[in-house]
Design a protein around this ligand. Sequence first.
Ligand code: 13P
Ligand code: SF4
Length: 348
Amino acid sequence: SHREYDERIQGAKDRLGADLVILGHHYQRDDVIRFADFTGDSLELARIAEGQKQARYIVFCGVHFMAETADILTGDDPIVILPDMKAGCSMADMADIDELEEAWEVMTEELGDTILPITYVNSTAAIKAFVGRRGGTTCTSSNARGVLEWAFARKKRILFLPDQHLGRNTAHAMGIPLEQMAVWDPIDGEWEEEKGPMEDLRVLLWKGHCSVHTKFTVEQIRDVRERDPETQVIVHPECTFDVVQAADENGSTSWIIRKIGEAPPGSKWAVGTEVNLVQRLARTHPEQRISLLSRTMCPCLTMNRIDRPHLLWALESLQEGRPVNRVSVDRETAHWARTALERMLSIH
Ligand code: 13P
Ligand code: SF4
């Protein structure tokens, strides 16, 4: 039963004591995140992981790239565990290192040494290492603008991957017109057709997206406003350009939590992000009216793979001294990926 699981998880946690730190991303299920020692958005969790060098184990309740990032930032200790190895991120899977090598060759041939590569942390360690080697860095949804400003102070152009939407939304907010952006299709290995003159390009967008956040539409926003014009629409910047333009506000998961937390009682919100977070917000703020932007549920299936049985299995393996599901990045890749991540962490 659920109670039995909860007791066994808590028991394992108690016995592991200070050896163990459990980190939980805001999209985790309620029944898992309640066991987290720390919760946060991607940037906060990366910083928290970096500070856990005294622990023996980090159990990362999130997705694979987050656990990889924790391992890259902490080195050999602590050991980083992902309770279910199938908890990937479909967006991160959209950028393959071989495709990137190929794209880079074409882009640098066409545009010379004018491009700085920037990857969203939602990407593999190999991609992070690629950008690290070339003077680039990583970003998250909460620091994307600062990172792009940093990048444009160094090169005329940026290659942004894998999320075309976060890239476009951020660059547009900085005043870069859409005509100065182009989309690279990694499957066809070529530019998408509608692009302006080559020499004007500033932002080269990788054709990747989040399958959860691209389900939100402008029509849903229109419906919400028709029903009640006082409802404020708040979305994650992985939503499409049109949706972010139509929304009232956009920001990272922690930013959304803060924004709603600071709002006066009686505020009404339609929230365009993962459903676990939206439902938790609605529960923790009964004094406000909080609903999901879409009428249909939009869970991140991979985030949701981490459940009680997987968490318990991971914790018991640690107790037995035979850790399962260790996420470990090879030294060479980790070195350059760390270079990229540390550049990000030093940008303010
Ligand atoms: P945040 O960094 O905003 O938590 O986002 C992580 C993520 O995967 C969003 O889909
Ligand atoms: Fe990846 Fe989207 Fe899930 Fe975030 S919500 S982990 S970007 S698939």
